[in-house]
Design a protein around this ligand. Structure first.
Ligand code: 5GP
Ligand code: MG
Length: 183
C-alpha cells in the first residue's frame, strides 16, 4: 500500500441511504418481478446489494440472489482492462431477468463483461445497477440502467469499495489521497 489518507467524504451515510431508497423505487417500478435474479459483483457490491434487496419486500419483490467474483484490478488503482472470473454464479439464468449490481462503473470493462456473460447464458434481460459512475474513465461504451451518484475521476473507498481490500466497512464514501504530505 502506498502512503495515503482518507480525507474528504464525498457521500455521507445519510446521502447514500436516501439514494438507495430511491433506487429501490426505480428498480421496483421498472423491473420484471417474475424471474428476477440480482447478481452482485464481488467483492465491492456486497453492502450495496444487501441494502437494495432489504427494500424489496415492501414492493413484493422476491428475487433470487447470486454473486460472481470478477477481477480487473490488482491492488493498484488503475483498471487493467482484462476481466477474469474468480468465482462463478450458481443460479440457472435461462429466461431470467437479471440485475447486475456493482459498486462503481469506471472503464466499463467489468460491467460489460458481466452483461455479455449473463446474456450468453440465456438471461432474457440484463440490467445494470451501480452506486457510482466515474464517467470520465469510460473505455467501453456502457451506461448503467440505475446509477446512485456520478463521481469525479478520483479514487474512492467505503460502502464496499476498497483500497487493497481495506476501508470497505466505512458507512460513507470518501476520497483517497496519495502521498506523505499532510494537507
Ligand atoms: P471497470 O471495469 O469499470 O474499469 O472497473 C470497475 C471496478 O473497478 C469496480 O468494480 C471497482 O472494483 C474498481 N474501481 C474503479 N474505480 C474505483 C475507485 O475509485 N475506488 C475503488 N475502490 N475501486 C474502483
Ligand atoms: Mg469491484
Amino acid at each position: 500500500m502506498r502512503p495515503h489518507h482518507i480525507r474528504d467524504i464525498l457521500f455521507t451515510r445519510e446521502q447514500i441511504e436516501q439514494r438507495v431508497k430511491t433506487l429501490i423505487e426505480e428498480i421496483a417500478g421498472s423491473c420484471e418481478a417474475e424471474n428476477l435474479v440480482m447478481i452482485g459483483i464481488l467483492r465491492g457490491s456486497f453492502i450495496f446489494l444487501a441494502d437494495l434487496v432489504r427494500g424489496f419486500e415492501q414492493h413484493d419483490l422476491h428475487p433470487r440472489i447470486d454473486f460472481i467474483t470478477l477481477a480487473s484490478y490488482g491492488s493498484g488503482t488503475e483498471s487493467s482492462g482484462s476481466v477474469r472470473i474468480l468465482h462463478d454464479t450458481n443460479e440457472n439464468l435461462a429466461g431470467a431477468d437479471v440485475v447486475v449490481v456493482d459498486d462503481i462503473l469506471d472503464s466499463g470493462c467489468t460491467l460489460s463483461f458481466a452483461k455479455d456473460l449473463f446474456l450468453k447464458r440465456g438471461a432474457r434481460s440484463v440490467r445494470t445497477c451501480v452506486m457510482l459512475d466515474k464517467q470520465a474513465k469510460r473505455t467501453v461504451e456502457i451506461k448503467a440502467d440505475y446509477t446512485g451518484f456520478p463521481v469525479e475521476d478520483v479514487f474512492v473507498v467505503g460502502y464496499g469499495l476498497d483500497y487493497d481490500n481495506r476501508y470497505r466497512e466505512l458507512p460513507h464514501i470518501a476520497e483517497v489521497t496519495f502521498g506523505e504530505q499532510d494537507r
